[in-house]
Design a protein around this ligand. Sequence first.
Ligand code: SF4
Length: 449
Amino acid sequence: MKRVPKVLLVNPPIYDAAAYSFWSAPLGLLQMGAILRESGMDVALLDCLAEKEEKRKEDGRAPFVSRRAATPDALKETGKKFRRYGMAADEVERRLGSLGPPDLVLVTCVMTYWYPGAAEIVQVCREWFPGAKIVVGGIYPSLCYEHARKQMKGADLVVTNGMLDAFYAFVEESLSWKLALKPEQAAPGAFPFPAFDLYAVRHFVPLLTSFGCVYRCAYCATPRLYPRMARRRPEDVLAEIGHWHSRGVSRFVLYDDNFLFEAEAFARPILSAIGRLPYEISVYNPNGLNASLLDGETASLLAAAGFREVRLGLETADPVLLKRMGGKVTREGFARGVELLGRAGFSAGSIRAYVMAGLPMQRHEEARATIAFASALGVMVDLATYTPIPGTELFGRYAHLARYPIASEPLFQNNALFPFAWEGFTEADMDELKAYARAQRGNDVGGCV
Ligand code: SF4
C-alpha cells in the first residue's frame, strides 16, 4: 500500500513593534490543510503564535506571548523597539523535533512586513526536514511575489492567492498523490471547513462567508487579492456553525467585507437562521460593517443573532477625504446606522467605529474631528492606523511621499512606523490622537488603537 503523505502547516512567529491577536487565525493555511486532509493526507499544525491564556478576554481574544527581539537592521534608525510575538525559537525547534519528518510543509505569511518570521521558519524547517517540500503562501507573497521568491530561500514553491492550480499541481506531482478536491477561488462554497480541529482548544472560529469585495477603496488590497466577489450559500454558513458548535465552539468571528451588501439575499437569511437556532452563539465582526447599508430589520436581526457588539467602518467624516478614499460611508449614513442599531437594542458601548489615521497628506485635525463626530453619537472609536499596501491605488499614488522607502522594502510598510508622518500630522499628533480616542471611550480597553 502507498504510504500516506505527511503534511505540516506552520503559522510563523511575528517580529513587530506591536502586534495583538485581534481574533486572528491562519484561515488560508487551515483551508489548504483541510483540502489535503480530504485527499487522505496526514495533516499536523504548528501555530507559533501562542497566546497568553491568563489574559484571555470574555470575547475570546488574548495577547500573543512575546519577548524582546533585535530591531531589523533596516529599521534601526526609526528607534522602534521590536518584539518576537509567539513561541520562543527553542520551543519551535523542540516542537519540530518531536514531529516525524513531513513530506510537505506549508508556511503562511500575512502582513508584508512580517516576512522575517516566515523566512526564519522556512530556514528552520529546511534544516530539520531536508527531504520535505516547502511551500510559502499567504497575503505577503500575493502582494510582493518577487520579493518573497528572493527572501524565502529554501522554499520549493512560493504561491500567490491566484496560483491555486499551480499549488495543486505541485502537490500532486511532488508527492505522487491525487487530490480529491481542488476548489477554485471563485467558488468559496467548494472549500471544506478549515481544519480548526487541529487546535487542542478553539476559543473562537472565524467564519469566512465571502471572498472579495464589491467596493474599491483606494487603500485596500482585497480587490487585488480577490478580483471578483463570491459568496457562500447561507445554508452552507449555517452548516459550518452547526459543525463547530457540536464540537464545543460558541464564539464566531465574521470574516466578510460585504456582509450587508444586498442583505435581503445574504445577511438577512443567515442572521434569521442563526436567530432560530436552538442554542445561543456569540458573533463578532472585526472587519466592520457598512453603516450605510443598515436598515431597521437587519439591525434587529444582528441583535437576535448574537452580535455582542457591532463594529462599523467610518474611515473619515471629512467629505473631501472620503471621496478620495472611495466614498462608502457618509456622515449621514453613519449616523443613521448608529441610530438604527440603538433602536435595535445595542447600547452605546457596544457600537464601535474604525476611524482612519495616518493617511497620506491627512491632517491630524481631520482625524480628530472624525473621532469627535463618532464619539458624539455615543460610539466607541478605534483608530485604524494606515498601512500602505503595495498594489493599492493609494500606494501607487503616494509611495514617493513616504518618509521611508516603502516601495523597495516591505519592512517599512509597517503602520507602527507611521510612514506618512509629515508636518500636518506628526508622531506627537498621532500619540495625542490615540490618547484623545481613549479618553472619548472612557475606561474601555477593547479597541485596537
Ligand atoms: S476596505 Fe473594505 S469595503 Fe473597501 S475595498 Fe476593502 S474590503 Fe472592500
